[in-house]
Design a protein around this ligand. Structure first.
Ligand SMILES: Nc1ncnc2c1ncn2[C@@H]1O[C@H](COP(=O)(O)OP(=O)(O)O)[C@@H](O)[C@H]1O
Ligand SMILES: [Mg+2]
Length: 235
């Protein structure tokens, strides 16, 4: 492989922040964050208000750094906004904010707009079956349970085959059983995932963890060590 090609191949799975600061008015929300992430499943933990959601939003360009640089799979988030949006799927805490169409069938089909109609129909049927929504294809999405809504939101993201999935507390509103189902699905996808969570069991199942504390990156490493650090900060 040419050296440049090797560098590009490496960049593909890498999420890197280089001295990133995010400021709003006079307030520093994230302070001088540098980190280089190549693990496939990454958990982000920390107290409320520590900067986790701001970090998550940096990764798809929803938030831009005030200083420093964010590169996601080789793309500088400042320059490649639309390429980034195609590559990065975002899952929110509240699935309702992400379900755009009246029914599950239409919502998943929306993610496939532009493809031939027969392909869309086939893939929608497959996705509904795969996510346990086959019997709810045409039920108003507003009538789905919380777990079903989050499953639908995730199905609509997964079907676009994002290279990176960023999920901001995707299980916070769910009961234990549904939280497990969503976590299992997230952890089993072939995409790289970065999941913000208060669910330390989910964090422990990841390959790497980040701990935010008051806008600073307080720890980055093996999940068990980072979780222990979080517990000691709270003690
Ligand atoms: N757009 C914004 N304008 C002003 N302050 C913000 C904005 N977004 C977040 N903050 C503040 O930054 C801090 C970190 O927020 P956030 O990233 O949402 O933390 P977390 O997700 O860990 O709870 C909080 O104190 C929050 O109030
Ligand atoms: Mg948050």
């Amino acid at each position: 492989m040419r050296p440049e090609a090797a560098a590009e191949a490496v960049a593909l799975d890498r999420v890197s922040l280089d001295r990133v600061t995010v400021q709003r008015d006079d307030r520093v929300i994230l302070r001088d964050i540098s980190v280089d992430l190549t693990a496939r499943r990454i958990a982000v933990i920390g107290a409320n208000g520590s900067g986790k959601s701001t970090f998550a939003r940096l990764l798809n360009g929803l938030v831009l750094p005030t200083a420093g640089r964010v590169r996601v799979h080789g793309l500088d988030t400042r320059r490649y906004t639309s390429a980034l949006r195609r590559r990065v799927g975002f899952v929110f805490t509240d699935p309702q904010s992400q379900i755009l169409m009246p029914t599950p069938e239409e919502d998943i089909a929306l993610s496939l707009r532009g493809l031939p109609r027969a392909d869309v129909e086939r893939r929608v049927v497959e996705a509904l079956a795969e996510h346990g929504l086959a019997d709810h294809a045409r039920v108003p999405a507003s009538e789905l349970s919380g777990g079903q809504k989050q499953m639908l939101a995730l199905a609509s993201v997964l079907i676009t085959e994002p290279a990176l999935i960023v999920a901001d507390e995707p299980t916070t509103l769910l009961d234990l059983r549904n939280a497990r189902r969503i976590a299992d699905l997230l952890l089993s996808t072939s995409a790289q995932i970065i999941v913000v969570t208060h669910d330390l069991e989910l964090a422990a199942r990841c390959d790497h963890a980040l701990l935010f504390d008051d806008g600073a990156l307080a720890a980055s490493g093996a999940p068990d060590d980072v979780i222990a650090r979080y517990r000691s900060l709270c003690a």
